[in-house]
Design a protein around this ligand. Structure first.
Ligand SMILES: Cc1cc2nc3c(=O)[nH]c(=O)nc-3n(C[C@H](O)[C@H](O)[C@H](O)COP(=O)(O)OP(=O)(O)OC[C@H]3O[C@@H](n4cnc5c(N)ncnc54)[C@H](O)[C@@H]3O)c2cc1C
Length: 475
């Protein structure tokens, strides 16, 4: 058996792990990076990048189909599924190759292929032939699709989102369970590419939106394009030949049995901590079996173990994986000296059309008594109408006492940039009044934000009497 005593061991060569590893090296430490799967990261291989490639192809098809609204006749809207998927895979492979290049340039001997697990506090085994006793450890093992047991009834027809990005042609009919961000992006993209889609959600969840009015508006808007039931009643599941069969109660109230080429389990992702031997690590675990950590240090208790990225089950977005990787890598390098770091304002975007955004505090975390809500409806908004993308509702939440912007949730046209302005404003603790002093060019979608801020100002002025967004100019 081989034994190594590095200063820092990083488990997982994804986005968080790579940043943690590089940071430890930059801090002058001897570090190793253990990976048990293919290199290339979830983001590049089966996450952010291929999903956006699929979404972009679908949006081109959609734009062509709707060109008539502008008096433009696009005669062929033929969708060549094999070519669509060839571009998705081809461009995806380029992104993966970029990561592989980066990995190829890491110091020789620092990369270890194998499955890492704790065998005792401060002691790891990689497969059965390498023992690591690092000075500090970073867990950066990512997340994996959570597939409920009952979905096994779909047999070989059951897939997860990863599988979509390896297709070489488009199927005809797909059922998607779960209406979270990943499911929604894939559902709308496939629907726009001509695939017959059913989305079966649970408990009203939709795209991570907490604001009930925004969620309701989003459900109504997205279900114009594909069947979407956010609280589906499934009566039976099974397989017949090469097809999955689902019997369900439709939104209309009647029962229907339908067959699908695939059933996608989009019922969320959970931290990939099984098989990590955490029961031997001495770490305190939460009820999901995930080590309890401090978001300012990424340290697990007072131990020499740090955690970063999707593995901690919080903020499962790429930018946070990188940020947490940096914090964890730096603190692992200097353990037991641990430095606290400020965290960025939360920012999440679902790349549907219209786009769904969440910036700053979630509506679920805000007390009705504490906030006023400003609102804008994009149905009559100038630039949105110009683009023929005039669907959307944005809510901004400001502290009733100070007028400081706390958060925002919305669905609307190309809100990805506006979402950044909102998150940056939350982070800067700007008041609604200060934000209204900023320039707003014309004609811009951002003018919609100004409308929402003005409506929040109105509510602030009348604070105590105006509490509901419904009383401000919503849709
Ligand atoms: C379809 C999809 C679309 C997405 N779109 C976006 C988006 O648009 N924007 C955004 O911000 N985020 C998006 N995300 C989320 C984003 O991809 C993740 O937040 C990010 O990739 C997490 O990086 P990570 O380093 O934590 O995990 P990963 O990149 O998954 O890295 C974890 C690594 O650990 C390895 N590993 C696990 N266990 C062990 C072990 N015991 N021993 C050794 N190695 C191990 C795994 O093999 C893996 O390589 C998307 C995700 C999906 C699935």
């Amino acid at each position: 058996m081989r034994r190594i005593e590095p200063d820092v061991a990083v488990i997982g060569a994804g986005s968080a792990g790579l940043v943690a590893f590089r940071t430890a090296l930059e801090e002058g430490r001897r570090a190793v990076l253990v990976e048990n799967g293919p290199y290339g990261t979830t983001c590049a291989r089966v996450g952010c990048m291929p999903s956006k490639l699929l979404v972009t192809a679908a949006n081109v098809a959609h734009a062509c189909r709707n060109a008539g609204a502008f008096g433009i006749d696009v005669r062929s809207t033929g969708i060549h599924g094999a070519q669509v998927m060839a571009r998705v895979r081809g461009e995806r492979d380029r992104f993966v190759a970029g990561v592989l290049d980066e990995i190829g340039n890491l110091p020789a001997g620092s990369l270890i292929q194998g499955h890492a697990r704790f065998v005792a506090p401060g002691r790891l085994m990689v497969d059965d032939d390498l023992e690591l006793t690092p000075g500090a450890t970073v867990i950066a093992t990512g997340a994996e699709p959570a597939v409920p047991e009952e979905f096994r009834a779909f047999g070989s027809r059951l897939i997860v989102s990863d599988d979509v990005f390896y297709w070489d042609r488009l199927p005809e009919r797909v059922a998607i369970f779960g209406a979270g961000p990943v499911s929604l992006e894939i559902a709308q993209a496939l629907a726009r590419l001509g695939v017959d889609i059913r989305v079966f959600g649970t408990a009203g969840h939709l795209g991570g939106i907490a604001d009930p009015a925004v969620r309701e508006y989003a459900a109504a808007t997205l279900s114009r394009e594909f069947y979407l039931d956010t609280d589906a009643r499934i009566l039976d599941r099974g397989v017949e030949g090469k097809e999955a069969v689902i019997r369900y109660r439709r939104l209309a109230g009647d029962e229907l049995t339908e067959k699908f080429d695939y059933v996608l389990a989009g019922t969320g992702r959970r931290p990939r901590v099984r098989g990590l031997g955490l029961e031997n690590s001495g770490l305190a675990l939460d009820r999901h079996g995930v080590p309890v950590s401090d978001p300012a240090t990424m340290q697990c208790g007072n131990s020499s173990v740090f955690i970063a990225g999707d593995a901690d089950g919080v903020r499962p977005w790429l930018n946070e994986a990188a940020r947490e990787g940096r914090i964890a890598g730096r603190n692992a390098a200097h353990y037991p000296k641990v430095r606290r770091s400020a965290r960025a304002a939360p920012l999440a975007i679902v790349f549907s059309e219209p786009q769904i955004i969440m910036a700053g505090a979630s509506r679920a975390a805000l007390d009705d008594e504490q906030i006023v809500t400003g609102s804008v409806c994009f149905e009559s908004q100038g630039r949105a109408r110009v683009m023929n993308e005039n669907r959307g509702l944005l809510h901004v939440y400001a502290d009733r006492g100070s007028g400081v912007l706390l958060g925002a949730e919305g669905i609307g046209p190309r809100l990805e940039h506006l979402a950044h302005l909102l998150a940056w404003s939350v982070q800067q603790k700007l008041t609604v009044a200060t934000m209204l002093e900023m320039p707003f060019y014309h004609p811009m979608v951002e003018e919609g934000l100004r409308t929402a801020l003005r409506s929040a100002m109105g509510a602030l002025a009348q604070s105590g009497t105006e509490t509901e967004a419904a009383r401000t100019p919503g849709c």
